[in-house]
Design a binder for this molecule. Structure first.
Ligand code: 13P
Ligand code: SF4
Length: 315
């Protein structure tokens, strides 16, 4: 089938089966075009919770589709490629994490949404990059906290809040590999362009960034900024939405520095038009979880959504 035929078939099957397609900003642009909603992890979790469709096709990675299933268990949740994992989720195995948690019984556990349902089930509160700072700030100052699995996001929150959360030693291999030296070089060549970075980047890079935020927060920053050019330190998929929303602005990436071609997430890019079509046609691969796991993992996610509403982060 040609790409055009695939697109038509996807739209036909979507209507016929009363399905909704949720897509993350890092997806291939042809998938973003077909998505009913594109967003960051926080917005997509909320959309999944509110969805009234019979089927959610989650065009993102496994932990996102799992979160959608947890929040809307009566919905059939499909993921075009089950191999679409995440280095952060891979870095934190439930057995190891349970031991770590047991060594610190006086700590509450905050897990970044980029982790398995088993880790969420061991957590008191889940967060995303879009709400992590505000959620942590809202907790009592003397509250002892374990933060897992992203040591970069956790370290960033520690640095801006003055907290001393205990960090699990995981990273996003895509963002962690981006080098501050490359950014500094780009900055020197483009002094008018602010640097915007995702908090999954390493501390040296975040140190030289002018703005740090989630995918959605970066989009908001660009829209509101009077600058015309931006140096972008995050996964390349989001450039599509950045350019779509800001056709008069220019985006410089670490790839433009020639020293780094590491800004594509191989997991995110596993989803293709063809896999999306087959997934809708065959109604698989499907996210399947036990009722017990859904219940246990749901508690800290719902707490995150409730707190995010109370704090005015989401409506
Ligand atoms: P956002 O929540 O900022 O969209 O980031 C999620 C993520 O890590 C995707 O890789
Ligand atoms: Fe995971 Fe990083 Fe890929 Fe996001 S970009 S899915 S954090 S590996």
């Amino acid at each position: 089938m040609t790409d055009n035929e695939l697109r038509q078939e996807i739209l036909r099957l979507k209507n016929e089966k009363n399905a909704v397609i949720l897509g993350h900003y890092y997806q291939r642009h042809e998938i973003q075009d077909l998505s009913d909603y594109i967003g960051d992890s926080l917005a997509l979790a909320q959309k999944a919770q509110e969805a009234t469709a019979d089927i959610i096709v989650f065009c993102g990675v496994h932990f996102m589709a799992e979160t959608a299933k947890i929040l809307n268990p009566q919905c059939k949740v499909l993921l075009p490629d089950m191999e679409a994992s995440c280095s952060l989720a891979e870095s934190c195995k439930a057995e190891d994490f349970a031991k770590f948690k047991a060594e610190h019984p006086d700590h509450m556990v905050i897990s970044y949404v980029n982790c398995s349902a088993e880790i969420k089930a061991l957590s008191d509160l889940v967060c995303t990059s879009g709400n992590a700072e505000k959620l942590v700030r809202s907790l009592p100052e003397n509250q002892k906290i374990i933060f897992a699995p992203d040591r970069n996001l956790g370290g960033y929150i520690n640095s801006v809040t003055g907290r001393q959360m205990l960090l699990w030693n995981g990273v996003c291999t895509v963002h962690d590999a981006m080098q501050a030296e490359s950014v500094l070089q780009l900055k020197a060549d483009n002094p008018d362009a602010p640097v915007i970075a995702h908090p999954e980047c390493n501390p040296a890079l975040l140190e030289v960034a002018d703005f740090v935020g989630s995918t959605k927060a970066m989009l908001n920053f660009i829209k509101a900024s009077s600058s015309k050019r931006f140096i972008v330190a995050t996964e390349t998929g989001i450039l599509y939405e950045m350019k779509r929303e800001n056709p008069d602005k220019e985006f410089i990436t670490l790839r433009d520095n020639k020293s780094c071609a590491c800004d594509d997430c191989a997991y995110m890019k596993l989803n293709t038009l063809e896999k999306l079509y087959k997934c809708l046609r065959d109604e698989q691969p499907e996210i399947l979880m036990s009722d017990e796991m859904i219940e246990a993992a749901k508690r800290p996610i719902v707490r995150m959504l409730d707190m995010s509403k109370q704090l005015g982060i989401i409506k």
